[in-house]
Ligand binder design. Structure first.
Ligand SMILES: NC(=O)c1ccc[n+]([C@@H]2O[C@H](COP(=O)([O-])OP(=O)(O)OC[C@H]3O[C@@H](n4cnc5c(N)ncnc54)[C@H](OP(=O)(O)O)[C@@H]3O)[C@@H](O)[C@H]2O)c1
Length: 328
């Protein structure tokens, strides 16, 4: 396959709002040792892309400065040492950055086959949320069948994946969301109870059920002390973002008295090896769930790559349910 020297991309012209995303022409990246080059068909949009655009989430050393943490497409070239993939194969992949472009490079073992029965458009929406939810809910949070699981932001890209994965693992799923429409979407995905946080107190709902064994939270701020109250004895809280803020007053005696665990993680700065391990787990544990229809990407909307700014504005407007995807 002959490759062009330059490609279309969306770059962050300066830190700021969605309008700083600008179409550009940049060199096609070259895959290094152990990497593949993907001819991108679709790129998923994630909140961390908006944080990066705003100047609040710098790419790790060596990563492309272009936004885009996941994509689907066709292998266009393989670097030295790659044995798993051949040019022409369809993949979806977690990326260190650079997904908002015609071509993107990533370590070969961060790519996965397109799950059977899924289109490339659907497959582009899976890597970032599956890696994040698998590593934080199944591994770090240790969710077990029969446990009560609460996810905040249930209608988000992360939330829609977390609800389905937790339900497939046999947990009882509770979710919060900001409107009745979003709550209905959470229930349709497998939440036995969706809590409209504008009208109901999630602490009271969970306490009436005996408390949450595991909470996945992206809100932080005032939710931190309320999450602690909502946890059952020996419960675990996994923090993956702080949309409402990082500073809060918390009575740690409750953590001690009820033997709670408070932890958290971010995916992007983790080592290539750690991400490769998650990829292997996801292929063996999660892809079969996707293949049998127990976990499907929920797609809110699609934008052509030239309209990446509109896609970010939609995400930050928070009226979306599920994932936003860019077509290359
Ligand atoms: N730690 C990691 O490795 C990792 C990886 C990927 C994503 N994340 C984080 O996970 C979160 C979800 O990501 P996503 O891509 O799924 O984003 P998303 O679809 O935009 O979801 C954000 C959700 O948060 C809800 N929300 C609740 N309180 C909010 C507040 N105070 N401000 C803004 N939104 C609020 C919004 O809906 P309603 O308020 O209407 O319910 C919305 O559904 C983001 O914060 C992202 O940074 C973390």
């Amino acid at each position: 396959m002959s490759l062009p020297e330059t490609m279309r991309a969306i770059e962050i012209s300066r830190p700021g709002g969605p309008e700083v995303l600008r179409p550009a022409t940049v060199p096609v990246p070259v895959p290094g040792h152990g990497q593949i080059l993907i001819r991108v068909a679709y790129a998923g949009v994630n909140r961390p892309d908006a944080l990066q655009r705003a100047g609040a989430y710098a790419p790790p050393p060596g990563a492309s400065p272009l936004p885009g943490l996941e994509a689907s497409g066709t292998v266009a070239a393989v670097g030295p040492g790659v044995t798993r993939w051949r040019v022409g194969e369809e993949v979806c992949a977690l990326l260190p950055g650079g997904g908002y472009a015609d071509y993107a490079v990533t370590p070969a073992d961060h790519a996965l086959p397109v799950p059977s029965g899924l289109t490339l458009r659907e497959a582009a929406c899976l890597p970032e949320t599956c890696f994040t939810v698998w590593s934080n809910v199944a591994l770090r949070g240790g969710l077990r069948a029969g446990e009560r699981f609460l996810v905040h932001g249930g209608s988000s890209g992360i939330g829609t994946t977390a609800i389905q994965l937790a339900a497939a693992l046999g947990a009882r799923v509770f979710a919060t969301a900001g409107s009745e429409e979003k709550c209905a979407a959470c229930r349709a995905l497998g939440a036995e109870r969706a809590i409209n946080y504008r009208e109901e107190d999630f602490v009271a709902v969970l306490k009436a059920e005996g408390g949450a064994d595991l909470i996945l939270d992206m809100v932080g701020g005032s939710y931190l002390p309320r999450n602690v109250k909502a946890l059952a004895t020996e419960g675990r809280l996994v923090q993956i973002a702080f949309l409402e803020g990082t500073k809060v007053e918390l009575n740690f005696a409750e953590v001690m008295m009820r033997r709670l665990t408070i932890t958290g993680s971010t995916l992007r700065p983790q080592s290539d090896l750690a991400k490769a391990r998650y990829a292997r787990d996801i292929e063996t544990q999660v892809w079969p769930l996707v293949a049998r229809g127990a976990l499907r990407p929920v797609i809110d909307s699609e934008f052509p790559i030239e309209q990446a700014a509109e896609a970010h504005a939609r995400m930050e407007g928070s009226s979306h349910i599920g994932k936003i995807v860019l077509k290359l």
